[in-house]
Ligand binder design. Sequence first.
Ligand SMILES: [Zn+2]
Length: 375
Amino acid sequence: MSRITFEKHAQDGKARAGVIHTTRGDIRTPAFMPVGTAATVKAMMPESVAATGADILLGNTYHLMLRPTAERIAKLGGLHKFMNWDKPILTDSGGFQVMSLADLRKLTERGVTFKSHIDGSKHEITPERSMEIQALLGSDIVMCFDECPALPADRDRIASSMELSMRWAKRSKDAFGDRPGHALFGIQQGGLEEDLRQQSAQALREIEFDGYAVGGLAVGEGQEAMFGCLDYAPDQLPEDKPRYLMGVGKPDDIVGAVKRGIDMMDCVLPSRSGRTGQVFTRRGVLNIKNARHADDPRPLDENCACPACSNYSRAYLHHVFRSQEMISGMLLTWHNLQYFQDIMDGMRSAIAAGEFETWEKDFHDGRAEGDIEPL
Ligand SMILES: [Zn+2]
């Protein structure tokens, strides 16, 4: 089995289009990864996720290690077989979710101990254990175990956290070893401090990874600060490897990140919003529970090819949402995931054609127009 490789096909400004070749298929970049937290993208069949154009999914180490456990998934043939998804899977390291979800966390040089938010059981994740869990799951792209402070945080806290994450990155690489067909990504930290980001990038380059993530953003700093950091952070990472912005984001965050040289992103937003009635379209965001949709025979977005838009009216979608029918979450999630993948597809074509700027203007103009007029 060969290594995972990245081929850049086109660049327009800083925006890049290319392909990550894996043994489980190609990932077209820029890529958006739907989140399959507990071995499912909620409300979606895996074949439906694939039909939206997703080339890769993200799985959450923290959730899967607690339930059903990585060992059980390994015995059952690995995560791909377990959840019936044969394309690439990226798993996070568990670190971020321990910090945001678990109880009684204790952070030491060795790793993190915590109590499960599900049943109170005690667990430990170290860089070595994170690599072991991600190997048991059979993840194609494995993430280094890292620590990330919520922003704002003071510079000393960000610096010491980044340095710890770099020591853990080295331990992650050593524990990962040589696994042909599987990739290990390093994670840059350093908050909003350009020099700390640079130090982090340098430390990661010395260890050498198959790809590099910009970590520690989308943690409460706001879009302007995030873009400010993305104006330099991706440039500090190797040019010939994929760059992944973790946990982003809203459609305009995604477009702004790609513009600044990011190749991969993930977010629960399209699927989570689908279950709460929030719908993303070319003309901004709408809420299907609003009374204005109750008699509206038109689709959510007449230019969208997803089943929700092809076969159902706003009136129907409004009705099933209000009635709390399961098909509501299924259709709205499908639409939202389709919209996010359509954005990625649009950007890939625009970058290839050298027309990213025009595409970006159309994207913002469409959203500024707002939803179609009520009937
Ligand atoms: Zn649609």
